[in-house]
Ligand binder design. Sequence first.
Ligand SMILES: [Zn+2]
Length: 271
Amino acid sequence: MSKRPYSGFYFSPDVKAFHMVVKMKDVPGALSIVLAMLPDVVDLVDSVSYTLEDGTAIWSGFGKALSSKETEASLKQLLEREPLVLDCQVKQSEKGVVVDSFHAGLEVAPDRPAMVLPTAGFSRICDHLARILGTGGETILFEEGSALGKLTGRFLNEKLAQGKLDARLMAALGMYRASGWGSLDIEVERPGARFRVTASDCPECVQAGRDRDECGFLRGHLVSLVSMLANEEFRSEETKCRLRGDSTCEFILTRQEGGVAARAPGRRKLR
Ligand SMILES: [Zn+2]
């Protein structure tokens, strides 16, 4: 599995590069027509396209100029020649970088804004909490992970088709994997009742020190997510953790007979 480059900017120290945004009519074939205009002028390096609710679509992409004579104006003029193009914006690189100035932020789903945070930063924040607050910090991690897991589970319950929990959980974890939450693998040990989730590159401990011995945020997140998807209480245990020297983190999610809430780490006195 490979990681997708983030497409908010493009470094091009040696060659002039452009960021282009085209708003076009959302009709079949429109994107191919627009892209077919570009091969003689730019070498496309990264692009994304999506449709809007109003019958239009956006294509946004970065390209390296094939000629040093290419300018923002010449490229804009070329794109605007196509009648399907309603509007366009072209920006040239400066000092070796060109930034997408059209978009401001990301959405993981409609009305669910997100930000890009290097996993190393997240991992260090988790460490710092445990270093300063001891087990209190670990409790915060578990509870915050759990709160976010509940929210996401509620959201996915509205979006995912109803059906067996196993398939819904697999679909959900696939979405997490694609979003950078690590290479989460799932094994169904008992259909609807017991799952083994492994993460060889768990984001919570990717750059951790020695202040913790478990990935409480992810454990809390997973158990609340599965509980929401199942509409039943599960409990969780992290049976292997890279913070304890294992090669992977492993979480066991088990349906709780009797419906007791997911367990948070024990609270001790704050340091
Ligand atoms: Zn771990």
